[in-house]
Design a protein around this ligand. Structure first.
Ligand SMILES: [Zn+2]
Ligand SMILES: [Zn+2]
Length: 157
């Protein structure tokens, strides 16, 4: 089994336990949405997810996609991000490396970076202030390489 499907299998077990605990219906649609998410490696919004499900001929409504995403965020299987003023974006959280984001304010592209020192700061601050830190969210705003190159080209001509 590759690591993607292994992650999906563990995520599914967690999701099943969560649904049972909340006495929510365990529907094939919900598992299909989870599987689709765990097959992706990118950030996506509700529409991306809905459209790729549609393209694979899954019969799900937009409402089900919304509602399932909410549940998956609630049980920590999916992380929700608010990148700028755009629609909320999501990504799977199980099995994905700790990382933070860079947002280009021109083209709205989101890049990821990973620096263990940030985790170090989180631990240190938590200890210093006697605060049990669960997670953090860090976003660096600026201009990506491509946008800067484009700007340079425009001023030259
Ligand atoms: Zn850009
Ligand atoms: Zn990310």
């Amino acid at each position: 089994m590759d690591s993607n499907s292994k992650n999906f299998e563990s995520a599914k077990q967690i999701f099943i336990a969560f649904l049972e605990n909340k006495r929510l219906r365990k529907t094939p649609e919900r598992y299909a949405i989870l599987e689709e998410i765990y097959g992706r490696t990118d950030h996506f919004d509700v529409d991306d997810l809905y459209i790729s499900m549609k393209n694979k001929k899954y019969q799900v409504s937009r409402a089900t996609v919304y509602n399932t995403l909410d549940l998956l965020v609630e049980c920590d299987l999916v992380t929700r991000h608010q990148f700028g003023k755009n629609m909320a974006q999501y990504e799977k959280s199980l099995g994905s490396k700790q990382h933070d984001h860079l947002l280009c304010v021109v083209c709205h592209k989101v890049e990821e970076f990973c620096d263990p020192r940030i985790q170090g700061i989180q631990n240190m601050v938590g200890e210093l202030l006697d605060f049990e830190v669960h997670h953090h969210s860090l976003m660096l705003y600026g201009k990506c390489k491509e946008c800067r190159a484009k700007e340079k080209g425009e001023t030259k001509s």
